[in-house]
Write a protein that binds this ligand. Sequence first.
Ligand SMILES: Cc1cc2nc3c(=O)[nH]c(=O)nc-3n(C[C@H](O)[C@H](O)[C@H](O)COP(=O)(O)OP(=O)(O)OC[C@H]3O[C@@H](n4cnc5c(N)ncnc54)[C@H](O)[C@@H]3O)c2cc1C
Ligand code: SF4
Length: 322
Amino acid sequence: MNKYYYAYYKKDEIRNSASGGIGHALAMDVLNKSGIVYGVSYSDDFKSAQYLRINEINKIEKLSGSKYITAEKRMPDGSFVFENVKKDLKDKKLVLFTGLPCEIAALNNYLDRQGIDTEKEKMITVDLICQGPLSSKEQSQYIEFLEKKYKSRLIDFTVRYKNPYWKPVYLKAVFENGKKHIKPLYETDFGRAFLIYGKEGCFHCKYKNENHQADITIGDFWGIKENENGYNKMGTSVVVTHTEKGNDTFKQLANICFGEVTEDKAIDKNSMYGNSREKYSNYATFKSSYLKNDLHKAVFDSRSILSKVKYLLKLLLGLKPY
Ligand SMILES: Cc1cc2nc3c(=O)[nH]c(=O)nc-3n(C[C@H](O)[C@H](O)[C@H](O)COP(=O)(O)OP(=O)(O)OC[C@H]3O[C@@H](n4cnc5c(N)ncnc54)[C@H](O)[C@@H]3O)c2cc1C
Ligand code: SF4
């Protein structure tokens, strides 16, 4: 039976995590038990994301924070991530795998076809509440656009910058020449595209509510209010445990603060737990412009007239509204 919690990591590393740092706390727990952690990191140029297999604490930071793009399943050495998981399980290692709900379903399906009974193995699967990612094509175009504007190479990038706190969400890009682009995420081209555009399948996602196939689901606890138990200005995660293994793993984590909540409270203001995203009225305009032009032009074309005027004014004032 599902159980619902608020939770956050009590150490400073929470700053690098998307919300309450429970993804990070789970990874630390497994590494402290000499296990293997699979998660998603940006590539060195930040134009794509890929799965990594991590077995050392000093490399874990790369996984913290959400990357709002689909991760490649080929790892840096060219091997297929699910094959590595299979090998680790056959070697009787403890494995933590975090991914999007459809990726966890694909992993379970793959392992099942390989004759591996995931319920019996020492494996914990975690999926994220998911509205659907963009692709590395949109990410590359956005980064190339910024690099051109700042005339410098990007050296750091996050779409979940705490400036200085969890809410509102900021995008932060840092360039080799020392300049920084820090903007509210949903005012940037990337953030607007993330809200409007997505894979067709994400508008009819099969992995919502009871169809989450992971042991644990984590997301942002958007419904928690400032004066309520569990609110943390650096971020609060919502945690749903779907299995006994998931619940036991979560409850013994070190350095976390947590408390049980009702299902209604947990998913209040987070419709993506149970519903697929909707197509906004400007989706078609965005898509047709994007297919003919590029991300920047598509975002501009999908704005209302008033929003276009405001954008152009900000541009004239040198406020870099992209
Ligand atoms: C595309 C996308 C859409 C999301 N939509 C929502 C939403 O609508 N509502 C909501 O509440 N939460 C959403 N989330 C989840 C949210 O952004 C946080 O990831 C979640 O709250 C966990 O935060 P944390 O601080 O506990 O974890 P952290 O400590 O930040 O750990 C994050 C974990 O997520 C994994 N991860 C990061 N990016 C990806 C990726 N692209 N693919 C697979 N795994 C990844 C990392 O490997 C890491 O294990 C989304 C995440 C993604 C990637
Ligand atoms: S919304 Fe559903 S189909 Fe789309 S990436 Fe997320 S889990 Fe996969």
